[in-house]
Design a protein around this ligand. Structure first.
Ligand code: VG1
Ligand code: CO
Length: 542
């Protein structure tokens, strides 16, 4: 039976870069999650009886919200819900299910790389029928609805058994608990040459993959250990935990330090990788060499023709604005366009749907293609494995050959976390006010060539997204970008992205920190980071 529950709006339910993210206690308030989910159901267009996919990254509070979302979907006229077993779906697997089963959308419960547990973070994101994150027009409509909402709808029904695959009726709606691992593994087998990778493995190729106690464990066990034949134990931390074992499930050299150290040590396997809370990010490390996500995108693009799914070439490459220009050089060599979008996967959807781009990437360790509409951690790992199985050279050699041909984009992101929001806003306001006066100014040996506040016009639907980050370009091709994070849940996080290009004849063997030292000093002079934040160094450098 349908029940109408009275409610009043909560402030601040505006989706950020990737959905609504707040601390768990915020989400535990009565009506908080319900208000947001009802706002989604009220704002999005769909036919009665349509299908909704629901799943999350398994973090604390996942099951509670899933059970409620099922009751609400039944009361809001959905005909069928597909939910991951145990309430778990990786973000790319959810995207795949939406596409494969013709769902009109999906709710993905995740705060991705943010920490989990009772004091950690929680999040809800809505994906549309193409399987991708809702574009801004949709998230704006959802937010508008949260400001006026006065009721949410549910049915009187008990919790369903989330752990057993099968169908249940909830208030006249069918709920199917599905095991998405097989569907996802099948998709991966259709893209990559598993036989080639198995051959390399039987010839002695070794891997370490860290699931970081997050969602990819079951997927990685099935694909890497069972289907590719790597020995048991190749997948580390394969059991998804509600608090990710107390770690940030963020696959970078800082939070995946154990893996990083292993890969730099004497017993390193040939290839190391990790993925994040919801399985859409990837970390790639060769024996003794870390591959930046920006370089990884460029290297995958340059070698894509070696892989079955991309054998016929790429239609285009897309990268987020702060991502380094390494991929641009590959696109140029391939004679295909390279698109520069704002941060966040939602901006790639139109380009992928229109067939204008085949692969996309972000500096934050997200890489993906037109196989789904999300970034995909395991996909990136398998892409690398397929290339290495064909080329039979170490990651380091592949990287060096790449740089020798295209030049090298030294790159780092400096994050200043949990700074006072007012101070962060002040920094950005002053920085924007100074943009017009910057060209021609010198900072050490660096001279500013141009500066702007990035605005994106979507080439497919013409929509404009302004204020997507401040860009400062220097003579000689170096660049820095400043923007505030849209995924944090505590104060503000300032991200400073530094990039310096060395051509094929330039210095290709430098240490990243040394090569970027002058830019880092200039960043402080230009934006007054220490003056505004009272911080003398970033919290995290990736
Ligand atoms: C960050 C990254 C961005 C990514 C987003 C979601 O956003 O910079 O590239 O798309 O996280 O990734 P922000 O606004 O904090 O910089 V995930 O894997 O956390 O969903
Ligand atoms: Co993620």
């Amino acid at each position: 039976m349908r029940v109408e529950h009275a409610t009043t709006p909560f402030e601040g339910q505006k989706p950020g870069t990737s959905g609504l993210r707040k601390k768990v206690p915020v989400f535990q308030q009565p009506n908080y999650a319900e208000n947001f989910i009802q706002s989604v159901f009220d704002a999005v267009e769909r036919e009665p009886g349509s299908t909704l996919v629901i799943g999350g990254d398994g973090r604390f509070h996942n099951r509670v919200v899933i059970q409620q979302a099922i009751r609400m979907a039944a009361a809001n006229g959905y005909g069928r819900v597909l939910v991951g077993r145990g309430g778990i779906l990786s973000t790319p697997a959810a995207s795949n299910l939406i596409r494969k089963f013709g769902a009109t959308g999906g709710l993905i419960l995740s705060a991705s790389h943010n920490p989990g547990g009772p004091d950690g973070d929680f999040g809800i994101k809505y994906n549309i029928a193409n399987g991708g994150p809702a574009p801004e027009a949709v998230t704006d409509a959802i937010f508008q609805r949260t400001t006026t909402i006065d009721r949410w709808l549910g049915v009187d029904a008990p919790d369903i058994d989330l752990d057993t695959v099968g169908a249940t009726d909830v208030g006249g709606m069918t709920v199917e608990v599905v095991d998405s691992v097989a569907d996802y593994a099948e998709l991966m087998e259709s893209l990559f040459d598993f036989a080639d990778i198995r051959k390399a493995v039987s010839d002695g190729f070794t891997i370490a993959f860290d699931s970081m106690s997050a969602v990819t464990g079951p997927y990685a066990k099935e694909i890497i250990e069972r289907r590719l034949g790597l020995p048991a134990g190749t997948v580390w931390n394969a059991e998804p935990l509600e608090d990710f074992g107390g770690h940030d499930p963020d696959p970078n050299p800082v939070h995946a330090k154990t893996l990083y150290d292993h890969m730099m040590g004497p017993d390193a396997p040939d290839f190391g990788a990790a993925s994040d809370g919801d399985g859409d990010r990837n970390l790639i490390i060769g024996k003794g060499i870390f591959v930046t996500p920006s370089d990884s995108l460029a290297m995958l693009a340059a070698n894509a023709h070696l892989v079955p799914a991309y054998r016929n070439g790429l239609s285009g490459i897309a990268r987020s604005m702060p991502t380094s220009g390494a991929a641009d050089r590959v696109a140029e060599a391939l004679g295909i366009p390279c698109f520069e979008t704002p941060t966040g996967w939602k901006f790639f959807g139109n380009l992928l749907d229109a067939g204008m781009a085949t692969i996309c990437g972000e500096e934050s360790a997200g890489t993906g293609s037109n196989h789904v509409r999300e970034k995909d951690g395991l996909w990136a790992v398998l892409f690398w494995l397929n290339i290495l199985a064909v080329r039979r050279i170490p990651v380091e050699q592949l990287a060096r050959e790449h740089w020798a041909r295209f030049g090298r984009n030294y790159y780092a992101r400096h994050d200043y976390e949990a700074i006072d929001t007012a101070r962060a806003d002040q920094l950005m306001t002053e920085l924007k006010a100074s943009l017009a006066s910057l060209p021609g100014r010198r900072f050490g040996d660096l001279t500013v060539a141009a500066a702007d506040d990035f605005s994106y016009s979507d080439p497919v639907d013409g929509s404009v997204s302004a204020h997507q980050g401040v860009r400062i370009f220097f003579e000689g091709g170096s660049r820095m970008v400043f923007r505030l994070s849209g995924t944090g849940t505590e104060g503000a996080t300032l991200r400073v992205y530094l990039e310096r290009y060395e051509g094929p004849e330039g210095s290709l063997d430098g240490a990243t920190a040394d090569m970027l030292a002058e830019l880092a000093t200039a960043a402080d002079a230009i934006a007054g980071i220490s003056r505004h934040t009272a911080r003398i160094a970033p919290d995290v450098v990736t």
